[in-house]
Design a protein around this ligand. Structure first.
Ligand code: 2PG
Ligand code: MG
Length: 447
């Protein structure tokens, strides 16, 4: 479909920017014929799954090999000419063209970072041209080829329940402990703003506890959370649960725990799990039994990447043996890939899907994954990356796509607060037209 002239892509500009870890990343501006401009900067993970769309990095010595000049050049020389003239409000068409130009399933040739930069900046430019906030232009049913992205949002608008990083280990905190993130979920909050207030109270109280125990709070993890070399992984769960109590809140009632185990990071090729900070190696059954005990002792409502990313049989077993009321969330397992989500649905491997646009490579691919998961009754969580940027589009995705949950990192550091602040703005502006997701969202309810 050829859009009205004003929404046609007139130019695409890309350059090398920095992410929150100080690594280069692709930034992009899409200019439309009518004057609207969209700008986006691509995030990047540290504990990347092996089935993600592939970022293009320069290698060599510059920036330790993390440079993206090649990806920027791919935008200029290949992606730009391919999308000029397309209608920015027909996201499916733009994304399909980008995928065709790359020509590889995982977008490794031009680079998934190059492709996503154009995809995102197009969506933002399209929304501007329509005079709509981004969340609104992303709302409505999944568009088909040739259909404009915008649709009428369902009422009430659903604000996501936040999942907030309190303490980190693994790849986000120099492997101080093995599990990657202990997060707080304000399950008892009736508004987004109050939920954020509760989890910030928990972060501050947990920091004070660490300080009083002499473990210090000088270390800041990649996502702004606390980092401390604790003696065991379980100690991290105990610490944050104590933090909830120290904040004057009831664990499980006001604020519960979510854990991103990121088990592929310490799972070994022979199927065992190597807990280095405890000097223990467990087989799969032993590891699942350990996690099951944690669920009995601590108010855990969500477990992410509990097993290795390719252990489908193990995941099905985990879904049968871990507490039924716990969200079993696949990140590296699904890698925001439709085929992997289909497989997960077929073998009942998990009951929730983490959606990261840069794992998919285009917004359309990410949206299809989210819609398919929701259609199958799975819960969905949109997620930032550990190397993120000041952009706020993820907050708008969560609202427009009715993800129900969002994971952005801590309540500190501006690349994190930018997204929380955008959600606070939306809650303020939407007033009674919006509700925040209630705890049923962890069971795939409330879309
Ligand atoms: C994760 C993400 C965000 P990374 O594992 O869920 O916390 O981390 O971006 O490093 O993959
Ligand atoms: Mg994860």
């Amino acid at each position: 479909m050829t859009g009205s002239r004003s929404t046609e892509i007139a130019d695409v500009v890309a350059w090398e920017a920095l992410d929150s870890r100080g690594r280069p990343t692709v930034a992009c501006r899409v200019h439309l014929a009518g004057g609207a401009v969209g700008r986006a900067i691509v995030p990047s993970g540290a504990s990347t799954g092996s089935h993600e769309a592939v970022e293009r990095r320069d290698g060599g010595t510059r920036y330790g090999g993390w440079g993206v000049r090649g990806a920027v050049e791919a935008v200029r020389a290949e992606l730009r000419p391919a999308v000029i003239g397309l209608d920015a409000t027909c996201q499916v068409d733009v994304d399909r063209r980008l995928e065709e130009v790359d020509g590889t399933p995982d977008l490794r040739r031009a680079g998934a970072n190059a492709v996503l930069a154009v995809s995102l900046a197009t969506a933002i430019a399209g929304a501007r041209a329509l005079g709509q906030p981004l969340w609104k232009s992303l709302a409505g049913p999944t568009p088909l080829a040739g259909e404009p992205t915008a649709g009428e949002p369902r009422e009430p608008v659903l604000l996501p329940m936040p999942m907030v990083n309190i303490l980190s280990g693994g790849a986000h905190a120099a492997r101080a402990i093995d599990i990657q993130d202990v997060l707080a979920v304000p399950v008892g909050a009736g508004t987004f703003a109050y939920g954020l207030e509760l989890v910030e109270r928990v972060r501050a109280a947990t920091a004070a506890l660490l300080d009083s125990r002499g473990d210090g709070t000088g270390l800041v993890a990649d996502e702004g959370g606390l980092a401390a070399p604790l003696p065991t992984n379980e100690a991290a769960l105990a610490l944050v649960t104590d933090g909830i109590e120290a904040a004057g809140l009831t664990p499980g009632h006001d604020v519960a725990l979510a854990v991103d185990l990121a088990a592929s990071q310490f799972g070994t090729a022979d199927g065992t799990y190597h807990l280095r900070c405890e000097d223990r190696i467990l087989d799969r059954d032993g590891w699942l039994a350990e996690v099951g005990r944690w669920c009995e002792r601590y108010p855990i409502v969500s477990l992410e990447d509990v097993l290795n990313e390719d252990d489908w049989e193990g995941w099905t077993l985990a879904a049968r043996t871990l507490p039924e009321d716990c969200q079993l969330l696949g990140d590296d397992l699904f890698a925001t890939h439709l085929d992997r989500v289909e497989k997960g649905i077929a073998c009942q491997a998990a009951n929730a899907v983490l959606v990261k646009p840069n794992q998919a490579g285009t917004l359309t691919r990410a949206q299809r994954v989210l819609r398919r998961a929701q259609q199958a009754g799975l819960a969905t969580v949109v997620s930032a990356r550990s190397g993120d940027t000041e952009d706020t589009w993820l907050a708008d995705l969560a609202v427009g796509w009715r993800s129900g949950q969002i994971k952005v990192g801590s309540t500190t550091r501006s690349e994190r607060t930018a997204k929380w602040n955008r959600l606070l703005e939306l809650e303020h502006d939407l007033g009674e037209a919006a509700v925040v997701a209630h705890r049923g969202v962890l069971r795939g309810q409330a879309y």
